[in-house]
Design a protein around this ligand. Structure first.
Ligand SMILES: O=C(O)CCC(=O)C(=O)O
Length: 261
């Protein structure tokens, strides 16, 4: 067990990602698929135009808008399950905190292209991005609900700045577009039951196809400058008092709540 944890940490530090194959039990996946499908159908019918015109993901899956309390508790228990917490604790030993969830699907318009990015580029200018990738730590836990083409990642880019090709493509400079191939990209095909763990700040893009449905959990290191990520938390997506009482291991949510009240 210990060796696993050290291996995960080393792989994450060196490469910015790792995959655990067949990590979740079929029963866990069946239960998760059921709740997520309920969310997705409700979300789609409430966001018809956005879905048909441009969407490739939704967020706030644990919120109260589209799921009832029982289904939300099932999600909270999955997010803080032993399987997830074992990985969380090996990467973020002090005060890991729940940030948000997202659901990635294929765009309705099959012509819509994917795009290379670092998550931090939507909130920070270039110089701050250079700092952020060294200083803070937001980790994606991607749980594909069905077999899917997966993700393409640039290994090692969580700790280093872009080379010229990566920069021009990601920023769409010099007539390049963000959906172009990158020579440094590595495709990671994923199957239902796998877990892909990757740094939000590495250069990455989703691979569309196979009617994918991937549940992403975002967790951050809330120590030091990581506490800025408390601003990204929507309080409606956290468990309330009565829900906390029936979550087997609520530590991840309690750490977030401690930052947001
Ligand atoms: O799967 C996708 O379409 C993109 C995924 C992504 O960018 C992310 O998880 O941050």
């Amino acid at each position: 067990m210990q060796k696993n944890n050290e291996q995960w940490k080393n792989d994450y530090e060196d490469q910015g990602y790792f995959v655990l194959r067949n990590y979740f039990k079929p029963k866990q996946m069946d239960a998760l698929r059921k709740v997520i499908s309920t969310f997705h159908e409700n979300w789609k019918s409430d966001n018809k135009q956005f879905y048909q015109e441009e969407a490739f993901n939704s967020s706030l899956i644990t919120g109260s808008q589209y799921l009832n309390s029982l289904d939300r508790i099932k999600l909270f228990n999955f997010i803080s399950s032993n399987e997830i917490m074992q990985v969380v604790d090996s990467l973020i030993p002090n005060q890991p905190a729940f940030m948000n969830t997202q659901l990635f699907f294929d765009p309705y318009n099959a012509e819509q292209t994917n795009f290379w990015h670092r998550d931090c580029q939507y909130d920070y200018g270039i110089e701050d991005q250079k700092k952020i990738i060294q200083d803070t730590q937001v980790v994606h836990f991607r749980v594909p609900l069905f077999d899917e083409p997966g993700m393409e990642l640039v290994p090692g880019s969580h700790k280093r700045w872009d080379n010229q090709e990566e920069y021009e493509v990601r920023q769409e400079e010099n007539n390049r577009v963000s959906s172009e191939a990158l020579s440094t990209g590595k495709e990671i095909q994923l199957n239902a039951g796998d877990l892909l763990v990757f740094s939000a700040d590495m250069i990455h893009r989703g691979l569309y196809g196979l009617d994918r449905l991937a549940f992403d959990i975002l967790i951050f290191d809330s120590t030091g400058s990581g506490s800025i990520y408390a601003d990204y938390v929507d309080s409606d997506c956290l468990p309330d008092k009565s829900q906390l009482e029936v979550i087997a291991n609520p530590r991840l949510f309690l750490n977030t709540l401690a930052l947001t009240i």
